[in-house]
Design a protein around this ligand. Structure first.
Ligand SMILES: *Cc1c(COP(=O)(O)O)cnc(C)c1O
Length: 377
C-alpha cells in the first residue's frame, strides 16, 4: 500500500470535468487578469465565510502583507505573534520594517498562549497576529479582549484554516482582518499560488483592493505604495469549482481525523491533537507528538535484517509519507538572529518543534489506510 500525503491527484480526478472546463473558459476568453471569475469568487467567499468583504490576492504571504499595509504597520512598530508557524507570518512583519515579538504557545493547541501576551505589550505594539495552526483558531475570546483593552489590531493568519470556526463564527470573520492561503496543499487549494483577505470594515476593504493593485485609486493614479498582488483569473476559476464541494470535503476531513483519533487512542507515548470546545478545526494537518522523533531505532525488514532508522524514515520505507510542521521555531531562525532570542526563551515551542510529526491528511483516506498508517507507528 502506498499513501499520498495530500492526494491532490485524487481530488483533481473527482472534479476534473468541471475544473478543466473552467480553466479552458478563461483561456478562450483571455481575461487572465481580474476577469469576471475573480469577482465571482470574492462573492462566493463572502457567502461562505459571512465576512462582509473578501479581497482575493496572489498568495497567503501577500494577504498578510496587504493586511498589515492596510493597518499602517511600519518601521518601529511591534507586532505580537507566535514562533510556531510558517515563516511567512513573521517574515512579512519584518519585511515592513516592524519587529516581530514572539510569544510562546499553548501546550494543548500549539497556538499562541494568550496568557503570555499582556506582558509583552509596549507603547510600540500595534497588532497581534494569531495563527490558526493546523486548521484550528487560537483563543479568539482572550485575544480580542486583550486587543480591545490595549487598542491593538488583530490580524488572523488563517492560511491553514479556511472554514474553521470559533464560537460558531468562521475565523475569516473574526479580528480586524483575517487572511488565508489557497496554496495547493492547504485545505482549499488552487492550482498555483493564491490567497485572500477578509474584513467587515469597508475602509480597510477599499484600501486592500487598492494596495493589491499598486495602490491605485484609478488607472495610473496611485494613492498608496502598493504591490502587484492580484489573484489570477485562472486560479479564481479553479476555486469557484472547488468551493462548491468544500463543505463536503471538510466533512470527509473531519471523518478522517475522527478515525485517526479513534485508532491512535490506545497508543501510549503519543500525544494526539486537542481541539478547544469553542473551536472547530479544518484539519489542515493531523499532527501528533512523538518523543525522540529524530532518534534512530532498531527496526527489522522483511528478512528480519536489523536497521537503525528514524521513525519518519521507517514510515517512509513502508510507503507512508510524514512531515514536520515545523522543525525550528521562528525565534531561533538565522534570519531573526538580530532580534536576540536564544534557546530556552520560548520553551514550549522548542519542545513541540522537536516532537511534532504530521501524518498523511486528506479527505480521501479510507479506514483501511488509516489503520495501516497507525499499525506501523
Ligand atoms: C502557507 C502559509 C502561509 C503562506 O501562504 P502562501 O500562500 O504559501 O504564501 C502563511 N502562514 C501560514 C501559517 C501558512 O501555513
Amino acid at each position: 500500500m502506498t499513501i499520498d500525503f495530500a492526494n491532490l491527484q485524487h481530488q483533481h480526478n473527482l472534479y476534473k470535468d468541471e475544473i478543466e472546463e473552467a480553466i479552458l473558459k478563461v483561456a478562450r476568453n483571455c481575461n487572465f487578469i481580474m476577469g469576471e471569475e475573480v469577482q465571482e469568487l470574492e462573492e462566493n467567499l463572502q457567502n461562505f465565510t459571512k465576512a462582509k468583504y473578501a479581497i482575493s490576492c496572489s498568495s497567503g504571504t501577500d494577504a498578510l502583507l496587504l493586511a498589515m499595509m492596510a493597518l499602517d504597520i511600519k518601521p518601529g512598530d511591534e507586532v505580537i505573534t507566535t514562533p510556531f508557524t510558517f515563516i511567512a507570518t513573521a517574515e512579512t512583519i519584518a519585511f515592513l520594517g516592524a519587529t516581530p515579538v514572539f510569544i510562546d504557545i499553548d501546550e494543548k493547541t500549539y497556538n499562541i498562549n494568550p496568557a503570555l501576551i499582556e506582558d509583552k505589550i509596549t507603547p510600540k505594539t500595534k497588532a497581534i497576529i494569531p495563527v490558526s495552526l493546523y486548521g484550528q483558531p487560537a483563543d479568539m475570546d482572550q485575544i480580542q479582549t486583550i486587543a480591545n483593552k490595549y487598542n491593538l489590531k488583530v490580524i488572523i493568519d488563517g492560511a491553514q484554516s479556511f472554514g474553521s470556526t470559533f464560537n460558531g463564527i468562521t475565523d475569516s470573520n473574526l479580528g480586524d482582518i483575517s487572511t488565508t492561503s489557497f496554496f495547493p496543499a492547504k485545505p482549499l487549494g488552487c492550482y498555483g499560488d493564491g490567497g485572500a483577505c477578509f474584513t467587515n470594515d469597508e475602509n480597510l476593504a477599499t484600501k486592500m483592493k487598492s494596495l493589491r493593485l499598486h495602490g491605485q485609486s484609478k488607472r495610473y493614479h496611485h494613492q498608496y505604495i502598493g504591490i502587484g498582488g492580484r489573484l489570477d483569473t485562472l486560479q479564481a476559476a479553479v476555486l469557484n469549482v472547488k468551493l462548491k464541494y468544500y463543505e463536503k470535503d471538510l466533512t470527509l476531513r473531519q471523518k478522517v481525523a475522527r478515525k485517526y483519533t479513534e485508532v491512535l487512542k490506545s497508543k501510549i507515548n503519543l500525544v494526539l491533537p486537542i481541539i478547544d470546545k469553542r473551536a472547530t478545526s479544518v484539519w489542515a494537518q493531523y499532527s501528533i507528538r512523538v518523543k525522540n522523533r529524530e532518534e534512530l531505532r532498531q527496526t527489522f525488514d522483511k528478512n528480519q535484517k536489523a536497521n537503525l532508522m528514524s521513525i519518519q524514515d521507517y514510515l517512509k520505507s513502508k510507503g507512508i509519507p510524514t512531515a514536520v510542521h515545523y522543525p525550528m521555531p521562528l525565534h531561533l531562525q538565522e534570519c531573526f538572529s538580530y532580534l536576540g532570542y536564544k534557546k530556552g526563551d520560548l520553551p514550549i515551542s522548542e519542545i513541540i518543534s522537536q516532537e511534532i510529526m504530521s501524518l498523511p491528511m486528506n479527505s480521501y483516506l479510507n479506514d483501511e489506510q488509516i489503520e495501516f498508517i497507525v499499525g506501523n507507528l
